[in-house]
Design a protein around this ligand. Sequence first.
Ligand code: ARG
Length: 456
Amino acid sequence: MWGGRFAEGPAAVMREINASLPFDKRLWRQDIAGSKAHVAMLAAQGIVSAEDGAAISEGLDRVAAEYGETLPDDLALEDIHMATESRLAQLIGTPAGRLHTARSRNDQVATDFRLWVRDAIDAVDQGLAAFQRALVTRAGEHADSVMPGFTHLQVAQPVTLGHHLMAYYEMASRDRSRFNDARTRLNRSPLGAAALAGTGFPIDRAATAAALGFDGPTDNSLDSVSDRDFALDYLMAATQCALHLSRLAEEVILWASQPFGFVRLSDQWSTGSSIMPQKRNPDAAELVRGHAGRIQGCMVALTTTMKGLPLAYSKDMQDDKPPVFEAHDLLALSLAAMTGMVETLDFRIDRMRAAAEMGFATATDLADWLVRQADIPFREAHHITGRAVKLAEAKGIALDRLTLEEMRDIDPRIDARVFDVLSVDASVAARASHGGTAPVRVREAVAAARRQLGMD
Ligand code: ARG
């Protein structure tokens, strides 16, 4: 394609290091679509004849049909763009040579890759919506199941399991909004920027942009061919999303461990050990946690590739695709796996409740009660409550199992009404502030989310 000025062909290793076909063949659908939009515009503008335009367009359809069966793999073809053009030339002859008029591979690849990332964003959005539906469904089932809430991984205050699951719903909502932002910024067409400076041909960039579903053309040709922000936006959103999935995976792993025993993984989502017959390992959750590291690695790889590049295109930029493809595959798998796990987790709410009760999770409720009912300053109430916890701990019982006499020995201002607030159920019911863990609030949040997701 570019051999006119060379006497010798490339060295074998040159060919190998130069070729992106092994990975960029994944762009074939976008490449065909981009070429068809380009040639239709060339014909409409009278830059190529109507006959040549039609021959090229039909030829591209034939190449696409072949790609549906098998994709090219000859490294001499270099990349998917050249492979397509060379196959087109074999199929339709001379007119094929007119396709690349007023275009460079630099604007071509930038266009193809944007189209691919746009599709990837749409796929992730669907995956995130499915994940949210799973969370919301399980949260609705457990709007009043009590579990310990933690800070420092120490039992802090009782919360509801539904509330805990809805926290991940919120994270997923922000993830969707980040991907959506990225999509909005991405959706401008670089096609027609040509190699770097634009073109002297009377092209119509608005037409190709519209044909490819872009909101319009990009505004600076140098930026158009050297910008990979859209890929980085995708990777950064993917990193954040994977980070959220990884935190949930970590909780599933922790909760499935015997000392916690908060969940039992379904058979479908656990694996056995080849030596220890009792094992039910949370491998999928561990891999979601592991994949988050790899996805972040992809983001670091491309930011590092891009940070030192002068304008406009440099071949380093060919390395933009493997990290995006890898991150996308890992994220899609992680999302599907987390969704499957959430749908099928067997929550052991008896164990959760017992852990909340034995962890003195209602100590704050006792302190708050002393402030409200006995007008004791919070610091003093904190101290009195600390003594009650110490006694309950010494006796190995929950706070609400202390007798009234034992309580009054600690502070005579305590009376029988205190028992109304010491149970974990009373504790969660009391936290009905906006965004609080009370079952009424959780049910509202679940209902709103179901509406948002079109589930009702
Ligand atoms: N395969 C190349 C890439 O992915 C296409 C662009 C080639 N441009 C060039 N000036 N050599 O980046």
